[in-house]
Design a protein around this ligand. Sequence first.
Ligand code: ZN
Length: 259
Amino acid sequence: MLNAENYYSLEMDQEYMSVSQFKEFMNCEAKAYALVTGEIEKADKSAFLEGQMFESIVTGNKELFMSQHPEIISTRGATTGEIKSEFKKVLNAADKFMQQPFLTNIVDSCEKQVILTGEINKVKIKGCLDLFKTSDCSIYDFKCMKDFKEQWIKEEKAYAPWYYVYNYPLQLAVYRELVKQNFGKEPKEIGLIATTKEDIPDIEALSFDYGLLDLELEKFADLVPRFNDIKLGKIEPIACGVCDYCKLKKKIEKFEEIK
Ligand SMILES: [Zn+2]
C-alpha cells in the first residue's frame, strides 16, 4: 500500500510510474531503467532535500525539518554550526514566499502532501500534491529554482521558459488527471508557485490553461506505455549516449570514422 513513508521507495517506483520517473525516461531510458532496477541511485539528493526544506518551511514545519536533517549544518571550517550556503539560499527563498499573503493564504487553505494514485493508458501512476484544496480540488505545486532564466533546448533549437525546461506543465497535467480520477471533477485552479535561490530571490505564481494541459497529458499518455514496458523488461531501453550513466557504461569497441 502506497503511503507517505514508502512513497519514494524503490518498491513503489517499480509498482507505479511517477512524473519524475517519466521525466528520467524522457532524458535517458537506459539511466531511468538502471534507477528503477536499483542498479544506480539518484544522484541529486541535495536538490531533493532543498525542495523538501522549502516545502517544510512554508508549510510551518521548519523546526521539524531542521531536527530531522542535521546534515544541512556545516561541521567544518569557519562556518561550523551555520547552515550550509546552498540551504541558506533556500531559507531566503522561503522568506520571500512568506512575505506574500496571497500565497500564504493558499497554503493555509490546503491539505499538504496529498498522495494520489490512478491509471493513465493502463499504467499505474502515483503523484504527491504539494497543496490540495479539498473544497474545490485546486492543485498548487512549489518549486525552488536557481533562477527564472530561459534555457536553450538542444532538440528544439530554441529557448524555452524555465517551467517548460523542467516539464512542470506535464507534471501538473498528470496531477489534474489524478484529481479527476479520484474526485470526479476538474480542479478549479492549477498553480505553480516558484521562488529563486538568487541573492535577491524572485517569485512567480503561474496558472495553466486547461487546453495547454490537455496537450501535455496527451504527450504523457502517448509515451507512458513504452516506458512501462521498459520497466517490465519487455523492451530494451535506448541509451542516450551522453548522460553520466551512459558515460560510466561507455566501452570503445571500434573507431568512429570521421568523414
Ligand atoms: Zn544516457
